[in-house]
Design a binder for this molecule. Structure first.
Ligand code: UD1
Length: 396
């Protein structure tokens, strides 16, 4: 039987809960042959392996092992390593998710090999180009053939950048699929109980953005205010490797670790972390995905950033943008006056099914030549059979 080989690019912690539902949905639809390509951007067991286990994913089919480095080193390293794999494997489509360096790197490689690129979580914009992720989002969307958006604002952003509507499918928020698939396991997990945390009586804190943790004065200020917050509410703080390194480097770890009501932990797996978030009174973060998960769960979220690429979590959800100086007042307000989120369209646990339906629709008129509805709809590729096959054959 004819198989449609699809590469799913998984790279860093926030990618795994987006890739997993799509992998499971594609694996159960016989024409599709999903293959997980792990770039190795995140490599610690608790930043990567734990998620594959929790999300019931098989080991990656291919591991590029690229690791850390500067933005150029990381992006370039993934491009070089992935190009070799793409030429050898000749996927028919490449799906990239989110906004990390590997997302852009693999999208660029595939686009230049004329392999149709699909971006899951397309169209999000913070309007802040000082964030590396914003550059990755804009550039990835520009070279992608099909854009799967999580929310209506993302469709509007893409339209404003001149992207034609026929390249966009509004599929919803895939992270909610992961949560719903594992909800019984998350609810049965014992992390809260084992750590002596009383439901709705503690806060969860995560910080890892360079803008917050790479500058000593900013990090010191944040730690100062978080210590004060911990006097209002018991605080659990799983430390991202970047944050731990900076705290050590700046001599700030001790003052945080010794704060009486603060519990520092290693990065947690998906189930453990979501067990904590589900029962929290409040979350303080600078993550993107956590703004969405808290909105879905109705848990108040205070985001230590000046902007967000997920404005729907502010307009419809429980998210508020705060400054370090405004944190204590915002915590007090959130504790005494919790926000009521409204349901957001297509954040319903069925996004992966809509992605599969989108692929089937667009591959419905497949021709024997192997050209696809996606590649035909893109004039840039008109007349290109498959550059990847040509190069691969030439190389063989
Ligand atoms: C990356 C993403 C960011 C995402 C975040 C989630 C980009 C530009 N940034 O940032 O969008 O929100 O992942 O975590 O792609 N490290 C380890 N072990 C690991 C992973 C990283 O020790 O498993 C160390 C690295 O060596 C590096 C630091 O943590 O010193 C940062 O890692 P990196 O992948 O460069 O960026 P993140 O800050 O994780």
């Amino acid at each position: 039987m004819y198989r449609i080989r699809i590469h799913l690019i998984a790279a860093a912690r926030p990618n795994f809960m987006k890739v997993a539902p799509l992998y499971h949905a594609l694996a159960s639809e016989p024409p599709f042959e999903p293959r997980i390509i792990h770039t190795g951007q995140h490599y610690d067991a608790n930043m990567s392996d734990a998620f594959f286990t929790d999300l019931r994913m098989p080991d990656p089919h291919i591991h590029l092992g690229v690791g850390g480095g500067s933005h150029a080193e990381q992006t370039g390293g993934v491009m070089q390593a992935y190009e070799r794999v793409a030429l050898e494997e000749r996927p028919e489509q490449v799906i990239v998710v989110g906004d990390v360096n590997s997302t852009l790197a693999c999208a660029l490689v595939a686009a230049k090999l004329s392999v149709p690129v699909i971006h899951l979580e397309a169209g999000l914009r913070s309007g802040d180009r000082s964030m590396p992720e914003e550059i990755n989002r804009i550039a990835t969307d520009a070279v992608s053939d099909l854009l799967w958006t999580p929310s209506h604002d993302a469709c509007i952003n893409l339209g404003a950048e001149g992207i034609r509507q026929e390249r966009i499918d509004f599929v919803g928020n895939i992270m909610i699929d992961s949560y719903e698939a594992l909800r019984p396991i998350i609810e049965a997990d014992c992390t809260r109980r084992d750590w002596g945390l009383e439901t709705r009586n503690y806060a969860v804190v995560t910080l890892h953005r360079p803008v917050n943790v790479d500058d000593m004065q900013r990090l010191e200020l944040l730690i100062h205010h978080l210590r004060r917050v911990s006097k209002q509410v018991r605080t659990v703080f799983p430390l991202h490797p970047r944050t731990r390194k900076r705290l050590e480097e700046f001599g700030l770890l001790e003052s945080l670790a010794t704060a009486p009501n603060v519990m520092l932990t290693s990065p947690l797996g998906y189930v453990q972390f979501m067990n904590l978030v589900t029962g929290a009174k409040l979350v303080v973060t600078d993550s993107g995905g956590i703004q969405e998960e808290t909105t879905y769960l109705g848990v108040p979220c205070l985001t230590l950033r000046e902007n967000t690429e997920r404005p729907i979590t502010v307009t419809h959800g429980t998210n508020r943008l705060v400054t370090p100086e405004g944190l204590e007042a915002a915590v007090e307000e959130a504790l005494s006056n919790p926000m009521q989120p409204s349901a957001i369209p297509l954040w319903d646990g069925r996004t992966a099914d809509r992605c599969v339906a989108s692929l089937k629709r667009r591959f419905g008129d497949r021709e024997v030549s192997g050209k696809t509805a996606i590649s035909r709809s893109n004039s840039r590729k008109a007349g290109v059979g498959s550059e990847a096959s040509r190069v691969a054959q030439g190389a063989a």
